[in-house]
Design a protein around this ligand. Structure first.
Ligand SMILES: [Zn+2]
Length: 188
């Protein structure tokens, strides 16, 4: 049951080009524990052994096997009511993150669903796990946040919900990109 949720979202993230073969990570919270994708796993074809169960507050033997973004996922679960987190690299959103301070969707769906998406500046190196506290803090007020030059972190009650915010962000950013490319910035 848990595995099939991960497989559905992982496969669709990969199929839509929102992660490359070995990037991105997913997790869900269950009480004081979390299930997170194995480091370097392929989201497009997740198997049972690609899920790692470990503590939200405590390390155990499985902890080193978890995604390198474990720190961010843990921080989100400590600071927000989220039960699921999706981290992806949506290309149009990441491209716009280099030149914008925030994403304000111009399409109706994006506006209604996301309202606004903050962009957090990476510390320069963009190391995995970086900005864990800042990302969690931003997700108290927003459904999805972007880290400049890196990717998105979305939080929800279900993986599917966090996936929805991720795809909505990329759809809005693709449209913003097209509008900019057409140089018709006054279209509303
Ligand atoms: Zn990443």
């Amino acid at each position: 049951m848990i595995l099939s949720q991960f497989q559905t979202v992982g496969r669709d993230l990969f199929a839509q080009g929102l992660v490359s073969s070995h990037s991105g990570n997913l997790s869900i919270k269950l009480g004081e524990r979390l299930f997170i994708t194995h480091r370097n796993s392929m989201l497009g074809c997740l198997r049972e052994q690609d899920l790692v169960e470990t503590g939200i507050n405590k390390n155990d033997r499985a902890t080193p096997l978890a995604s390198t973004e474990l720190r961010v996922h843990r921080s989100i679960y400590r600071q927000t009511p989220a039960l699921a987190v999706v981290h992806a690299h949506p290309p149009h959103a990441v491209a716009l993150s280099f030149m914008e301070e925030e994403i304000v969707p111009r399409d109706v769906e994006g506006r209604l669903l996301l309202s606004k998406v903050p962009i957090l500046a990476g510390g320069g190196g963009i190391k995995p796990g970086e900005l864990a506290e800042e990302i969690a803090e931003a997700l108290k007020g927003y459904k999805v946040v972007l880290v400049r030059g890196h990717g998105s972190f979305a939080a929800g009650q279900l993986l599917e919900e966090a996936f929805e915010y991720t795809t909505a962000l990329e759809a809005s950013c693709r449209l913003l990109y097209l509008v900019k490319a057409l140089n018709v910035g006054n279209i509303s």
